[in-house]
Design a protein around this ligand. Structure first.
Ligand code: ADP
Ligand code: MG
Length: 235
């Protein structure tokens, strides 16, 4: 039977307090089934990154619950949360976050050295089409190639879930589509649940499930009957 990678109930996040308090999440109820590609869409400032950071174990909710499989992240100690991230979660951010003094292979090895059952760094780089660039430094790679190194680094641990926060935000259309294709490949070959945060509505077409987000709340959830290939996405 299919299960849920995540479920949340009444998830709330308030930054600061008193008059300067920011209500970033205002009660989010959500399920994310195993193995889906989920696109989280919403305007800037609507709370998308906040939600991603809480279900990714980088931050904690103010109120409400978030479950990874049957584990309540809110009940975990900081070191349990770190282990959850290390063992199960891959992150991809808008600006790659590669170590400039390390080659592509060495950047991926940062993760494979501490993961439980990783693939090899070269295998991960092959998966994103970078076999010929393993010895290059980030400065010797294009933006799209750097993002693919970041994806290789995130997937080398064979994560249960891959979180991508505006992964194509800094890329042109051709490169961006190629990066989305890599995310789709990862979803299909590893079976990883993939959650893509974006403000680009056209990317919804490649998702199994689209969550429309606004002002800290879910506005609408759409389950797509068919998915478009990333190469057909308008930019
Ligand atoms: P999005 O990713 O959709 O652009 P965010 O989750 O980053 O939105 O932010 C939601 C709201 O929370 C915004 O008003 C933002 O300014 C605020 N916010 C985000 N992070 C912090 C923080 N660490 N401290 C205070 N306010 C924050
Ligand atoms: Mg954001």
């Amino acid at each position: 039977m299919r299960k849920n990678t995540f479920s949340t109930k009444g998830l709330t996040k308030v930054y600061g307090e008193g008059r300067s308090a920011v209500h970033a999440l205002r009660g989010v109820d959500l399920v994310i089934p195993d193995g889906e590609i989920v696109v989280l869409l919403g305007p800037s400032g609507s709370g998308k990154s906040t939600l991603l950071n809480i279900i990714g174990g980088l931050d904690r909710a103010t109120e409400g619950e978030v479950f990874f499989q049957d584990q309540n992240l809110g009940d975990m100690t900081d070191s349990q949360l770190t282990r959850y991230r290390r063992d199960h979660v891959g992150f991809v951010f808008q600006f790659y976050n590669l170590m400039p003094s390390l080659t592509a292979r060495e950047n991926v090895e940062l993760v494979t050295e501490i993961a439980l059952d990783p693939m090899g760094a070269d295998e991960a780089l092959a998966m994103v089409g970078l076999s010929k660039r393993v010895d290059h430094f980030p400065a010797q790679l294009s933006g799209g190639e750097q993002q693919r190194v970041a994806i290789a680094r995130a997937v080398a641990k064979k994560p249960t879930v891959l979180f991508c926060d505006e992964p194509t935000g800094a890329l042109d259309s051709t490169t961006g589509r190629a990066v989305l294709q890599v995310l789709k490949d990862v979803n299909e070959t590893l079976g990883a649940t993939v959650l893509i945060v974006t403000h680009a509505a056209s990317q919804a077409a490649m998702a199994d499930r689209v969550i429309h987000f606004a002002d800290g709340r879910i506005r609408e959830i759409i389950v797509n009957a068919t998915k478009s290939p990333p190469e057909e996405i308008q930019w």
